[in-house]
Design a protein around this ligand. Structure first.
Ligand SMILES: *[C@@H]1O[C@H](CO)[C@@H](O)[C@H](O)[C@H]1NC(C)=O
Ligand SMILES: *[C@@H]1O[C@H](CO)[C@@H](O)[C@H](O)[C@H]1NC(C)=O
Ligand SMILES: *[C@@H]1O[C@H](CO)[C@@H](O)[C@H](O)[C@H]1NC(C)=O
Ligand SMILES: *[C@@H]1O[C@H](CO)[C@@H](O)[C@H](O)[C@H]1NC(C)=O
Ligand SMILES: *[C@@H]1O[C@H](CO)[C@@H](O)[C@H](O)[C@H]1NC(C)=O
Ligand SMILES: *[C@@H]1O[C@H](CO)[C@@H](O)[C@H](O)[C@H]1NC(C)=O
Length: 210
């Protein structure tokens, strides 16, 4: 704003300059600006969270091959964003069975608009990180090699309705979720979510136990 006012007061070609500035502002407001071939990402928190996630993957799976900063992260394979500004990551739901080896970066906890996290059928190891305060509704982590879950990892994920941790080597407690409808925990040693099972409308596909 200050810049525009200064330009408008300038005696030479004020209207032309103001129009140019307006155009520049409009472009900036568009979220992605291509300045000399360098893509500027509107939400750097989400960008860095995704880059950290990629760093945690130790092999070089094809699915992540376009995860680089020359492309806006909303166009990266498997990444889906909110349709309105400021274009936050809402879903990582197409990375199932993509041969991802490594650990899940705790930085995913910064993706505060994330609804769906689907990473089943990969080779993810280590501890499932703290993802509380995300808006998670659907979490698919089956068929990996996770060995632990952080205490309170899913605290405050009160909208979680689909939870699948089956076929890992998890030990621990995963908490309770008021809207849970699908719970699949088979082949683990988890506890916690089963406490209030009577109140859940569990689907026939549910596999419980440890
Ligand atoms: C980024 O990804 C695009 C699309 O796959 C690719 O063409 C480009 O070479 C990549 N850039 C770098 C620096 O890896
Ligand atoms: C999911 O990924 C596959 C490739 O792994 C691709 O063919 C498909 O179009 C993707 N689906 C969506 C909805 O982007
Ligand atoms: C993102 O998450 C990591 C790990 O939890 C944290 O260290 C970092 O400060 C966070 N970054 C931002 C910008 O919030
Ligand atoms: C899990 O680890 C075991 C033993 O290290 C290995 O045989 C198995 O293939 C792994 N599973 C996955 C999905 O990576
Ligand atoms: C749960 O969903 C409602 C409605 O979509 C939303 O307003 C709220 O922020 C969500 N809360 C969490 C913790 O995800
Ligand atoms: C969970 O939510 C409550 C109330 O919304 C808040 O006070 C608390 O700090 C949250 N806990 C965590 C671990 O984020």
């Amino acid at each position: 704003m200050i810049h525009i006012l200064q330009v408008m007061r300038s005696p030479r070609q004020p209207a032309k300059l103001a129009v140019l500035l307006l155009l520049a502002l409009l472009l900036l407001c568009n979220g992605v600006v291509n300045v000399h071939g360098k893509t500027i990402h509107e939400n750097s928190v989400d960008l860095h969270a995704l880059l950290d996630f990629k760093k945690g993957i130790t092999n070089d799976p094809p699915a992540l091959s376009n995860w680089n900063t020359t492309i806006h992260f909303c166009r990266w394979t498997g990444v889906y964003c909110t349709t309105t500004r400021p274009f936050r990551v809402s879903s990582l739901n197409n990375l199932t069975g993509q041969n991802l080896h490594g650990r899940i970066s705790p930085s995913l906890g910064n993706l505060t608009f994330l609804n769906r996290l689907h990473l089943s059928y990969n080779s993810l190891v280590g501890t499932f990180p703290v993802l509380n305060n995300l808006q998670l509704e659907s979490l698919h982590m089956s068929n990996n090699n996770l060995t632990g879950i952080s205490p309170n990892a899913l605290l405050n994920c009160s909208n979680l309705s689909y939870l699948d941790f089956s076929y890992n080597q998890l030990k621990g407690e995963i908490g309770q979720f008021p809207k849970l409808q699908y719970l699949i925990l088979g082949s683990n040693m988890l506890s916690g979510a089963t406490r209030h099972l009577e109140s859940f409308k569990l689907s026939p596909i549910s596999r419980l136990g440890g």
